[in-house]
Design a protein around this ligand. Structure first.
Ligand code: AGP
Length: 602
């Protein structure tokens, strides 16, 4: 998954595309590069270039390499920050890539699945290759067939920006499978993989649809085959910046209360004991006929979906199946016309989730989205859906999005319920005050930092939970894995005796979600078994629970809330625990090794 950007307008392009690259850095950062026209020859008044500068590693290295470089105003510029899929991260494999004659320069996000066959054919036609990437094939294909015909030969996914030595005021763009957005304003055009890079630069954008491609130039935009649709860019530039936080991850954990408020704002009424989801109004009649639900997602969104299952079954009495999107997309499964499939995705671009969505659409299922990124592929290809409105999530580890997803899933369960339970009213009331309870936990993050220091000595953890807290334990374990690179396993408390108990000893701590609910006593039994085997215990417990202080080595107390909403609260100390563990180990918590923010390739 990579970040691409481009600019054509009256200004100098190099500083603009580099600044945009900074905003896309979270998408991938093992190498980067730019291509720009750098001057006009005094003799023939011909524009010189494009000049290509690349660097391995983080963007600071590219910044040093381009220092002092001059780009020619009113000519095209493109840039790329790479997350390697084919070919190791080095300067040769970094984008932009070019053709034999060095007249075509392109940046690409996606995968050319048939690049080997294409490379063999092109080599037979006399083309010479210099890199190990799939992307370089595209430059030679365009050299051989021109951009339109070349893309017809490609199997795979691409978001492309291409510039041409002979036409310095033009950029060719194309999108299939990987997101690409065009910023439009005042005779200037910006290209970016992600609209957050355009925040503050333009007010209008075109989210390229599948198969859309065409030209941006000083004289206008020519995009087809479908007519481009101008839409407002609804991202506040402030939200994309880190504010006064050292890391995006901490900023986004601290935004937990406000994203829960944003998720429920204008969607629930305590007085009328009702939930209104405008994004589902168009499918009201179909939803009335639904007999079962499927929820498909990956990673953190999958763990949120596991909680969604419990909510839909308990609050709406609708049988709900969950599947990991990458499994669902290849599984042979019975299709029921009385099913609806829900796709949960923060980025709205996760390749596995998008592929699962396209499979469900092809099978004629009613597909609904719970997506954060406005205008993203999953948001646009589901029949209806509910936006999280959580603002851009920049930290690679998903934190505020998880809380927002649980808020929306709670609302959706209430919305789909055909009965009015006393519990519904309790949930609606509690959702209104839960942001304040999250706030109180975040205010106590210093205690979590102390605990992270104490548990820094351990490289293995068991995360234990039951009921609604079992998926939260899975998510807590994922967080510390992603951020601190220690091994952690989330487990259902009832399963401990079926194997993992063999691991318990003084070097194997357990983080236990043991708040007071219908399975509290069962969690106490788990902890007694662990204690009997000298296993260290860090418990997340309900404020005032004195019994826990005698049982666990360390306790972090959270306010009492209703069981169905506990994960929204209980995940916060686990997010903070992962954050501080990563910081204390000296890791880059916003850009953990080997990870990308949105996995737009298989
Ligand atoms: C979570 O911390 C990870 N970054 C990852 O598991 C993520 O949740 C997963 O890739 C799904 O992303 P999505 O929500 O954007 O679809």
């Amino acid at each position: 998954m990579c970040g691409i950007t481009g600019y054509i307008g009256k200004k100098e392009g190099l500083p603009i595309v580099f600044d945009n690259l900074r905003k896309l850095e979270y998408r991938g950062y093992d190498s980067a590069g730019v291509a720009f026209f750098n001057a006009v020859s005094s003799i023939k008044h011909q524009v010189l270039g494009p000049k290509v500068i690349k660097a391995v590693g983080k963007l600071d290295n590219l910044e040093k390499a381009i220092r002092g470089a001059k780009s020619q105003a009113a000519t095209a510029a493109i840039a790329h920050t790479r997350w390697a899929t084919h070919g190791i991260p080095n300067e040769t494999n970094a984008h932009p890539h070019t053709d034999c004659k060095k007249e075509i320069f392109l940046v690409h996000n996606g995968i050319v699945e048939n690049y080997r066959e294409l490379k063999t054919d092109l080599t037979k036609h006399g083309h010479h290759f210099y890199s190990d990437t799939d992307t370089e094939v595209l430059a030679h294909l365009i050299e051989e067939f021109g951009p339109e015909l070349a893309l017809k030969k490609v199997v795979g996914a691409y978001a492309l920006a291409v510039i041409f030595k002979k036409e310095p005021e033009k950029i060719f763009v194309a999108r299939l499978g990987s997101p690409l957005v065009i910023g439009v304003g005042g005779g200037e055009y910006y290209v970016a993989s992600d609209p957050t890079a355009l925040a503050g630069l333009v007010k209008k954008v075109v989210y390229l649809k599948e198969g859309q491609r065409g030209w941006l130039s000083l004289s206008g935009m020519k995009i087809g085959p479908a007519r481009p649709r101008l839409e407002p860019l609804e991202i506040d530039p402030e939200q994309s910046r880190r504010g006064n936080y050292k890391h995006f991850m901490m900023k986004e954990i601290a935004e937990g209360p406000e994203v829960l408020e944003s998720a429920i704002r204008g969607r629930l009424s305590v007085r009328r004991n009702s939930v209104k989801l405008g994004g589902l109004e168009s499918v009201t009649d179909q939803l009335k006929r639904i007999k079962r639900l499927e929820i498909l997602a990956c990673g953190t969104s999958y763990y949120a979906s596991l909680i969604g299952k419990l909510l839909f079954e308990e609050l709406a009495d609708i049988p709900t199946e969950i599947a990991i999107a990458s499994e669902y997309r290849y599984a042979k499964r019975p299709v029921s016309s009385q099913s609806a499939a829900i796709f949960v995705s923060q980025s709205g671009e996760t390749a596995d989730t998008l592929a699962a969505l396209r499979k469900a659409n092809n099978q004629g299922l009613l597909t609904l989205g719970i997506v954060n990124a406005v205008g993203s592929s999953i948001a646009r290809e589901t029949v209806a859906g509910v936006y999280n409105h959580a603002g851009p999530e920049i930290g690679v580890a998903s934190t505020k999005a998880f809380i927002s997803q649980l808020g929306v899933l709670s609302l959706m369960a209430l919305h789909l319920s055909r009965q009015k339970l006393k519990l519904h009213k309790e949930i609606i009331k509690e959702l209104r005050i839960l942001p304040f309870k999250i706030e109180s936990v975040i205010k106590n993050s210093g205690a979590i930092k102390t605990l992270a220091k104490k548990y820094l000595q351990y490289d293995n953890f068991l995360y234990l939970g039951r009921g609604y807290n079992y998926p939260a334990a899975l998510e807590g374990a994922l967080k510390i894995k992603e951020i601190s690179y220690v091994h952690a396993e989330g487990y259902a408390g009832g399963e401990m005796k079926h194997g993992p108990i063999a691991l318990i000893d003084k070097n194997f701590p357990t983080v236990a979600l043991a708040t007071q609910n219908r399975v509290y006593e069962k969690m106490i039994s788990n902890l007694e078994e662990i204690k009997a085997r000298s296993g260290p215990i860090l418990a997340i417990a309900t404020a005032g629970d004195k019994k826990m202080a005698k049982l666990a080595d360390d306790v972090f107390y959270v306010p009492k809330t209703i069981e169905q909403l506990e994960p929204i609260l209980n995940i916060v100390p686990l997010q903070l625990f992962a954050y501080y563990s990563g910081i204390l180990r000296g890791y880059d918590v916003d850009k953990p090794r080997n990870l990308a923010k949105s996995v737009t390739v298989e």
